[in-house]
Design a protein around this ligand. Sequence first.
Ligand code: FEO
Length: 163
Amino acid sequence: MDKKLYEAMNAQVTKELFSAYLYLSMAAYFEQKALGGMAGWMKVQAKEEVEHGMKFFNYINDRGDAVKLGAFETPKSDFKSIKEVFQQSLKHEQGVTASINKIYDIALKVNDHAAVAFLQWFVNEQVEEEKNVNDILAKLEYVKEDSAAILMLDRALGERKED
Ligand code: FEO
């Protein structure tokens, strides 16, 4: 692959795997609050992020390049509220979207049609990723500080299954 495209894709492997790490940190926060449903939602999200990382990992290998994993920073763990966790999640996903778009732009620029086709899945996936978190944030606005409603939302989020 083109050097710049390879470097961006290789960095994305670590970014996706770090996403899993961050969501596990969020799951740990919810476990501490006895919100098992929200913790479960985050664990499913973490698994999906590992799958995203592996898609890049395998694609780089398929193209004959070598994956080089980077280091993780310590994920945030001192959240102030349920809402803050999902706000941080949205912020994180917006950053991932920007990163995917950047890689897509490089692939277009170097006329790598195969990479463009591969990346299309991620472009679509990011719409879904941001929508999922935005929906939860909207529900949290209805719920506010109502404990019963928070527990109902926790139960609903706990029903999330792996794709
Ligand atoms: Fe892999 Fe949440 O984007």
